[in-house]
Design a protein around this ligand. Structure first.
Ligand SMILES: [Zn+2]
Ligand SMILES: [Zn+2]
Length: 415
């Protein structure tokens, strides 16, 4: 009897804890959505923009303050106003919802008001981690908004990168990466996907596209497009052209299908793996200057062959190696490197593809704007399951058993 009673009590306790946890998480999510939606609105509604612009007017490109007064004003008209709105809305939700967990969101938004008030009265920037002055040392973070992530809101595109703590709203709105007016170079530009990407980028995003191709005759002239001829092995010659490029898309490749001769092996690795690696290294060397880490990116088409059969052993082998090399390179954190994990689409390499290149190009850009670092566009459901497991385990293994350039230098110094 007593045993049954204690089980009942424990059951109620567990139920209450579960309820509290669920409502707490919901209230935190709500706080994030309200705060960042308010920020997005500030860039759309003129009378809200007036106050919010005080925030934008307070910083120079290196995030140093324009003046102490501009900073104090920005705290009052933006940070304090924003956190009071957030706090009031969450208190209303908690009172109406009558759930204890909802008060966690109230406490969370209270910390924003506390920080903003402290900054306003003391005039110091210490608690404002996203606005500390100085060169940008890290790449934009995926899970939490860091200084480099937020810098892009001020100086890359004010109509994007709205998130302040967790990049949730940017994922929903597609404002996690702005392509507007960017200079984007891509290899394999004369192929089906290269052409589809070029057309989307120029027509929809007003981007300047540089087509790097070994077949310039196959590319039609159009406004916003510059064609540069290159030959395999001559990647070094592209360095000058890549200096001012924001995003390099490495998209060229060959498929030798069933061929298994030594020549086929060498060609597959040379085109699909090593020329891509050379381009990654050459582009990485252009990531210089105090703000380059915020805007420079490499996208590598490693293809679904990284985890799924492509009915072409050498295509799989060379693309898997490229995929693994990208995982290694990402550990250095030199610039954002996205993988394009693409399923079969109709092209010269694959006349039997089930998707169209246009669909795939749209899918890539949709996910890139939501800041997905591994962009999976395929009809094969297994890839969505297998790729994250493969990527995470490889990343973990490489992280433990490899060293970057900086660590090697440190080890040399210790010797
Ligand atoms: Zn800011
Ligand atoms: Zn803003």
């Amino acid at each position: 009897m007593i045993l049954a009673q204690s089980f009942t009590i424990d059951g109620i306790l567990v139920n209450n804890c579960l309820q509290f946890t669920v409502w707490s998480i919901l209230s935190l999510l709500l706080a994030e959505i309200i705060r960042d939606s308010y920020h997005a609105l500030c860039h759309q509604v003129t009378w809200l923009a007036k106050w919010h612009n005080k925030h934008h007017a307070a910083y120079r490109r290196d995030l140093s303050l324009v003046s102490q007064q501009a900073y104090i004003d920005s705290q009052l008209y933006h940070d304090i106003v924003e956190s009071i709105i957030l706090l009031v809305l969450l208190i209303i939700v908690a009172l109406v919802g009558k759930q204890w967990g909802l008060w966690l969101g109230v406490a969370y938004s209270g910390t924003f008001l506390y920080g903003a008030s402290l900054r306003y009265f003391q005039g110091t920037i210490d608690t404002d981690y996203n606005h500390l002055p100085g060169p940008l040392e890290a790449i934009p973070s995926v899970w939490l908004v860091n200084r480099t992530y937020h810098w892009r809101h001020h100086f890359d595109d004010v109509n994007a990168y709205y998130s302040g703590v967790f990049p949730l709203v940017d994922k929903i709105l597609g404002t996690g990466l702005s392509l507007k007016g960017k200079t984007i170079a891509l290899t394999g530009a004369s192929g089906a996907l290269g052409k589809a990407l070029t057309s989307e980028l120029i027509n929809k995003y007003n981007a300047k596209v540089i087509a790097l191709t070994t077949n310039p005759d196959k590319i039609d002239e159009q406004t916003g497009l510059k064609v540069i001829n290159w030959q395999l092995g001559n990647e070094e010659q592209l360095k000058e052209n890549l200096q001012k490029v924001d995003i390099l898309i490495i998209n060229h490749g060959i498929n030798v299908y069933g061929d298994r001769t030594s020549t086929a092996i060498q060609n597959s690795y040379e085109v699909n793996t090593f020329s891509a690696l050379r381009l990654i290294d050459i582009f990485s060397a252009t990531v210089t200057g105090p703000q380059a880490k915020a805007t420079k990116e490499i996208w590598v088409n490693t293809s679904e062959a990284e985890v799924s059969p492509a009915l072409s052993p050498l295509y799989e082998l060379s693309k898997r190696t490229l995929g693994d090399i990208v995982t290694l390179k990402r550990l250095d954190g030199n610039c954002v490197i996205r993988k394009l994990i693409l399923g079969p689409f109709k092209s010269q390499l694959n006349p039997y593809g089930v998707m169209s290149a246009k669909q795939v190009a749209k899918g890539i850009l949709f996910l890139a704007q939501r800041d997905f670092r591994n962009i999976i566009v395929t009809v094969n459901p297994l890839t969505y399951l297998l790729f994250p497991i493969k990527e995470f385990s490889t990343w973990l293994y490489y992280r433990f058993f490899s060293q970057g350039v900086n660590s090697n230098l440190n080890a040399d110094k210790r010797r």
